[in-house]
Each structure stands twice: as C-alpha cells, then as structure tokens.
Design a protein around this ligand. Structure first.
Ligand code: VG1
Ligand code: CO
Length: 536
C-alpha cells in the first residue's frame, strides 16, 4: 500500500476549545479539513512512529467516515497499532479507560458531545494523552500552532476497513484491533461498585429508568443495568445509537431530557432516573419528584462515596470547576480533605488526579467522575448514586434533604444565552471586567485565573466572578464548545445555612441575584432577549 502526501493550506479557526475542536459537520466534511487537524495533532505530538492509539466516537453523522480517514493517516504516519471500538463506537469514558488499560500513547475521540448531530449539526474531535485524559493546554496550543502552518498530510492509498466485528487486521504495517466497546468498561464499573447490593435493591422493586438519548451509552447501559444488574428490559430508553440522536439534542438537562423529567414528576414515576449525553461523559440525576442539580450531585457523591467498595478508603480530595457551586467544598471541609477550584473543562483535573491529590471531580455542566479514568463519566455517576441508594435505603429526595440539613443548601442555577452576536457578547464581558466603582451590595469583581498546583502552569481569563456582600456569587463566561455565535453562561448561587429555608424553588430563591446581575450588565437589553434560552 502506498503512502501518499496531499498538499493542503491551513484552515482558519482550527483552535481547540473547552473540549477539542467543534465545528459544523459540513465544515469537517470539507476536503482536507479533518485531515489538516489530524495531521496537525500528529505533528504536535512529534509524530506517530511506533505509537499506539485508541480511536472511537459517539456514533454521530460522519463518525464512521472520519475513523477510516484517521486510521489511514495513522498508518501512513507510522503508528504501530490502533485500537478501535466496534462500529467505530466508544463512549468518552470507555475510550479513556482503554487508553489507560492498554497503555496506549493517546487517543482520538470523535464527538461534539452534548451538541446535536447530523449533516446540518455539529461534529468534533479531540486528542487525549497517555493518562487517558484530554490534552492539556500546552498540547492543544501546540496543535493549534501546527494548524496554522500545515502544508500537507500523509495518508495511505487503501480501502475502508470493516469495523463491524471484533478482529485484528492490518492496514499497511499498522495493526488494527477492533474491540467490543462495552466489556472492559462494564468490568471496570463492576470492580468499583457493589453490584450485588444494587441488584438486591432493584430486585426489591426499586424502579429505575435510564435515557441514553439515542447516543452512545445505550449499549453500555443495557449491558450494565439490564444484563449485569438485572433491571427489567425496557429500563434503558432510547438505547440505540443513531447518527442524529433521533433528531434530538443529546444534552441531559431538564430542557432536552424533558420526557424523563416529566416521568419522575408524575405520580407513578420511577424511584430513580438518569440520562447521559452524546458521548456518555455527562449525567443527569433525578429521583421521584426531584431534579438533583449537578453541583449538589457532586457534593452528595463526595459525602457518600465511601459506601462504594472502590472508594471505601475515603477520598484524597474533591475538585470542582470554578462555576460549580461551593457545595462540594463544604463536604471536603467536613471530611478534612483537599478542595480544588479549577477552570472549566475536564483537562484541568488531569494533573490533580494523576498526582493523587483529588479522587472525585465535577462540573456544574453535569459532569462527574473520579480517578478510575481521566474523563467525566455519566454511567459511573449513575452507578455511584445507585450504590449509595442501595446502602442507605432512602429515597433520592430524603438523601437531598438530609444533605442540606447537614451542610446547608447552595441554591444554584445556570442561565444560558445562546447564539448571541459575538461582538455583543465580548463587549458585555469586557465591560464587566472594566467596572471599577462597585455598586452597593457587591464586594468584588475579578477575572478567574488558575495556577495548576502540580505543574505550575497558568491559565488566565477563565471567567468573570462577581461576589456579593450577602455571600452570593455570580459567574459569567463565554462557552468554548458552541459552533454558532457566542453563548453567554451566567452561573448563579446563593447559600442558605442548614437551619434556614431549604425547600425553596431555586429560581425564586435566586431572583434578587438574577435582578442584581441584570442591573450590573444589562444582559437582557444588550442581547435583545426576554430571558435565557436554557435554564438548568
Ligand atoms: C461546556 C461545559 C464544561 C464542559 C464542556 C465539555 O463547556 O460548560 O463544563 O467541560 O462543555 O463537556 P463550555 O465552554 O461550552 O461552557 V462535553 O460533555 O460537551 O465534552
Ligand atoms: Co460529553
């Protein structure tokens, strides 16, 4: 098979965002676009010679074609081996696990995660390093630098491989191993959690539902929840991955997973329900009559993790992204363990996990995970919740009440203003940063910067924070995963002590804070919106 080099010129805007490069699918399908980014990645990591990579994606439109392209390019660039999920599928946490388990040099994950899929929707690709986690900023910056000067890419003149069955084959001199995407991951979960106790809980009539949202977790959830834990057939909803996620938006939040929320809010709804996103790294947790905010979920998991065998020795520390509520910090303080505050994006947890300084990490955007892999992990969070429910034999609502009565409650909400004109959004941010005279009730406004405690790398401009004298906090930042205009994310939180009012409706509890931020920034008028597009 011949190695061929194709000349190309750089494409504008191939700058990885919060989690890899995300663009419209049609952009990725332009001739040479994917190739330019993949070759830039290979160049940035000083080539592929002799290396092993894990490759897989969430099954969205263009996943299958992109994988064939990447395999040919990896072979032409001298890689020794590629491990690929059957049919090109791998959830993000399963890919992270495979990279670690097989001691691969890295991996390429094809996903735009919670963004919709289809020829007129979004596609994405990201590079993960040998620890199984997303490439840190130094590497994504090196990839971006390569994309600006690239002149050509190498590929193999070869036909597509059949990836529909587990097998070992060759592409040029590179070995291609097609693997069952589920089994290693399911075994990892079984090693962390008390499966007999969960099986017993479910056998006793505790009813659960899991909405895979037509995305990658369907096969994983069926194997784990239905086959290994004995949940009745039909527990997993929308369990067959489809290229356009059933024309849905695979984002597990009360807006996009509304049918599931309606189900748990109904009289004869299940005791527990959960959903995950396109690539399986996010989770939404629901109990009969309750939606658990991701920030609270992180705190509850940290407080109760010792009930699961994998965490029975306790936690080294808890890390959360800056906009995530401070509920987890309260748990860390009580447990006497480390609490870390990092910028948004899972890549910032990697060093803390590698150094053994944090065991559990989480983001307000419905991502939680631990040191078992180096990505957030939707099904992991679901199983840890089930393990806790099996050990404590309480309802989700009672667990929440008990948690707030112990630690107090951080009322929390995120308001998203989507597809805002980019210049308008940037000016709103710049004006907020420029405020010098603080209005009454505001104690401090700053721009969050982070120094990684392990390697001392510095990340500036990670979001504006507004601290109120009442103890409330608002955060504003621009999304780094969108593909259209700018998305302004406004994060709101207000603490209520354990002896205070713990059962208020969050939007009402936060109403004064919402009004104060609108006064400060003129957000609604300047975006021309009556209110946020999405409230979580
Ligand atoms: C969003 C979330 C962030 C998350 C990222 C990737 O980023 O806010 O917490 O890490 O998505 O999640 P941004 O820059 O749009 O706010 V996933 O599940 O889409 O890979
Ligand atoms: Co995701």
């Amino acid at each position: 098979m011949d190695i061929v080099t194709h000349q190309i010129s750089p494409f504008d805007g191939q700058k990885p965002g919060t989690s890899g490069l995300r663009k419209k699918t049609r952009t990725f399908m332009e001739q040479g676009y994917l190739e330019a980014f993949v070759q830039s990645t290979f160049n940035a990591i000083e080539g592929c010679t002799g290396k092993t990579f894990v490759i897989g994606g969430d099954g969205r439109y263009f996943n299958a074609e992109a994988i064939q392209t990447i395999l040919r390019m990896a072979a032409a660039n001298g890689a020794a081996r590629c491990i690929v999920g059957q049919n090109g599928l791998l959830s993000t946490p399963a890919a992270s696990n495979l990279i670690r388990k097989r001691q691969a040099d890295g991996g390429l994950i094809l996903s735009a995660s919670h963004n919709p899929g289809g020829i007129d929707a979004d596609f994405g690709i990201k590079y993960n390093i040998a620890n199984g986690g997303p490439a840190p900023e130094q590497i994504t910056a090196a990839i971006h630098a390569q994309t600006k000067t690239i002149t050509g890419y190498k590929t193999l003149d070869a036909a597509d491989l059949d990836l529909s069955e587990p097998l070992k084959t060759e592409l040029g001199t590179m070995v291609v191993e097609v693997v069952d995407p589920v089994s290693d991951y399911a075994s990892l979960m079984e090693s962390l959690f008390d499966f007999p106790a969960i099986r017993d809980l479910l056998a006793g009539g505790f009813a659960i539902k899991f909405d895979a949202m037509h995305a990658v977790t369907g096969p994983y959830a069926r194997e784990i929840l239905e086959n290994r834990l004995g949940a009745p057939a039909g527990t997993v909803l929308n369990g067959t991955p489809s290229v356009d996620f059933g024309k849905g938006h695979p984002d597990p939040n009360p807006i996009w997973a509304k049918p599931l929320v309606d189900m748990v809010m109904s009289d004869n709804g299940p005791d527990f329900a959960a959903a995950s996103d396109g690539d399986g790294d996010r989770n939404m947790i629901l109990g009969k009559g309750v939606y658990v905010t991701p920030s609270d979920s992180l705190a509850v998991l940290a407080a109760n993790a010792h009930l699961a065998p994998g965490y029975s020795r306790g936690l080294a520390g808890v890390a959360r992204s800056m906009p995530t509520s401070r509920a987890a910090d309260r748990v860390a303080e009580k447990l006497g363990i480390n609490a870390f505050e990092t910028p948004t994006g899972w890549k910032f947890f990697g060093n803390l996990l590698d150094a053994g300084r944090a065991t559990i990490c989480g983001e307000e955007s419905a991502g939680t995970g631990s040191d078992h892999v180096r990505e957030k992990d939707g099904l992991w969070a679901v199983l840890l919740w089930l393990n806790i429910l099996a050990a404590r034999r309480m309802s989700v609502a009672d667990i929440m009440r008990d948690h707030w009565q112990t630690y107090g409650r951080d009322y929390y909400s995120r308001h998203d203003y989507e597809a805002v004109d980019k210049t308008v959004a940037e000016t709103i941010m710049a004006d907020l940063a420029a405020i010098t005279a603080l209005p009454d009730g505001i104690e401090k406004i700053d721009s969050f910067a982070y120094t990684d405690p392990v390697d001392n790398s510095r990340s500036e401009n990670q979001g504006m924070r507004v601290f109120f004298t009442s103890g409330a906090r608002a955060v504003m930042r621009l999304s780094g995963t969108g593909t259209e205009g700018a998305t302004i994310r406004l994060y709101l939180e207000q603490y209520e002590p354990a002896d205070g009012q713990l059962d208020r409706e969050p939007q009402q509890a936060l109403a004064p804070l919402i009004a104060a931020i609108d006064d400060l920034t003129d957000l609604k008028t300047r975006t021309g919106r009556a209110g946020p597009d999405v409230i979580t």
